[in-house]
Design a binder for this molecule. Structure first.
Ligand code: PLZ
Length: 447
């Protein structure tokens, strides 16, 4: 594997209590100036981020097992991203692609079409956020089919705009009080092997969902079935094998667009370009964001050319969509993934996570399941011996990790999951160090 050179020393270090004095000072200014609806999981303020280390303003070095929610896949200051952004920004920061187009946008669209599965003509459109990509996938699907209904799943997360909030499942913190939400969104059960009836296959779970669609929505009304191939905020839920292929087939048979939301799982995170690649599923449309641009805000919809082209000229767009600096960053990030063989690193990260955490799961009995793919792994906490979700355990583990200088995030409909999303450039020693802290925290919480 490529030997990666880091700017920051790749070691964990916490001096005294977190947050330190400078972070506490910033927290005071923040309390007076920043709306309290915007929350942060870590009380320390970032000063510099490189490889697997977040250096805070007080000089603490945290092990980054979050990547800013699955964004900095190539690191938060990858050399190719930095170089391409610098070069781009020296020439122009913006023209608006809808006014004066530029090559970077075209090159990103070409690259997305190249890496997305399917050997048919593909096209892409670029936006700013994951939510915006999902909304546009719905718009495109509606025009292509002339239908309105959008099918989504339990535990889904698709964003915070009005349309995508309707598609997102969890009420708190996302939806509470923000309605009314967009209509024509229908929710059906997903495949959640740990919580489904024992032995339920992917095909059976798909039949359960699709029967509900047929009886409650009507197949002929469905514009799109939208699903995360591994649900992210909902709990890193990996559906049973066969679930995604069955949905895809149903969409083909019923003239609906199969949209896979790869915003969190896509772009090398799971050890393939896309999480659907693990089951050779070929979506009609894929949404991407997060990891695609090395931390710059960029998102896109990529898929079958004839579906993408269903929209009249001028029907898609936005002032900043496919911003030239963000496109330059994307070209740098995608190049880094290939040159540094980061997909192999993602697969190696899964091996290391399983090696370090499987014994502690076994030993404590409070881990219902250790699951995931590549560098998208999670620990689901339950009351010992059963399946009852234990959110307190997840919270306690995350807090203890943080106190020791390891940044982990929680997730899940029941809040009982600790998720691991390290940058793929994290070194093995640092990763193992972080995981051992986590393992110790799991033991502590189990007592
Ligand atoms: N689709 C699958 O994971 C964003 C949300 C964090 P945006 N997930 C992190 C939060 O609390 O806001 C996400 C996702 C999937 C869509 C989105 C939305 O992407 O870039 O946050 O709009």
């Amino acid at each position: 594997m490529t030997e990666i050179q880091y700017r920051l020393e790749q070691v964990r270090r916490v001096d005294g209590a977190l947050p330190g004095p400078k972070s506490r000072e910033l927290a005071e200014r923040r309390a007076a100036a920043v709306a309290s609806g915007v929350a942060s999981s870590v009380p320390a303020y970032a000063a510099d981020v490189d490889g697997g280390i977040v250096l805070d303003v007080d000089g603490n070095q945290l092990v980054d097992l979050g990547s800013g929610i699955a964004v900095t896949t190539v690191g938060a200051s990858a050399p190719a991203v930095v170089a391409k952004v610098k070069e781009a920004v020296e020439h122009f920061t913006h023209t608006c692609f809808m006014v004066t187009p530029y090559e970077g946008y075209v090159a990103v669209a070409e690259k997305l079409a190249e890496i997305a599965p399917g050997d048919f003509p593909k096209k892409a459109a670029l936006f700013n956020s994951g939510s915006e990509a999902v909304e546009n996938a719905v718009k495109i699907s509606r025009l292509h089919t002339g239908r309105q209904a959008v099918v989504v799943f339990d535990h889904a997360y698709h964003g915070r705009t009005n349309m995508t909030l309707a598609m997102t499942a969890k009420v708190l913190p996302y939806k509470q009080g923000f309605g009314p939400f967009a209509g024509e969104v229908y929710r059906v059960p997903v495949s959640y092997p740990f919580r489904d009836p024992e032995g339920m296959t992917g095909a059976e779970a798909a039949r359960r969902a699709l029967l509900q669609v047929e009886k409650q929505v009507g197949a002929e009304n469905v514009a799109a079935v939208v699903i995360e191939p591994i649900q992210g905020e909902g709990g890193f839920i990996v559906p049973a094998e066969g679930f995604l292929p069955a949905l895809s087939e149903w969409c083909t048979d019923n003239g609906a667009v199969f949209v896979v939301d790869e915003v969190q799982a896509g772009i090398a995170r799971t050890g393939e370009w896309f999480a659907v690649d693990h089951e050779d599923v070929v979506p009609d449309l894929i949404t991407v964001a997060k990891g695609v641009a090395g931390g710059m805000p960029l998102s896109g919809v990529v898929g079958r050319a004839e579906i993408m082209d269903a929209v009249h000229a001028g029907g898609l767009g936005g002032t900043y969509g496919g911003n030239p600096v963000a496109c330059a960053a994307a070209l740098g990030a995608l190049q880094t993934i290939e040159e540094w063989d980061l997909m192999a690193r993602a697969r190696r990260i899964e091996e290391i996570v399983r090696e370090e955490l499987a014994p502690v799961a076994e030993e404590t009995g409070t881990v219902g399941e250790l699951r995931g793919r590549g560098a998208m792994m999670a620990v689901e906490f339950v009351r010992r011996g059963g399946t009852e979700p234990d959110a307190d355990a997840a919270r306690a583990v995350a807090a203890e990790c943080l106190a020791q200088g390891v940044l982990v995030l929680t997730c899940g409909t029941f809040g009982n999951i600790v998720r691991l999303l390290p940058p793929l450039v994290i070194g093995e020693d640092l990763l193992r160090d972080g995981l051992r802290v986590l393992a110790q925290a799991v033991r502590g919480a189990a007592q």
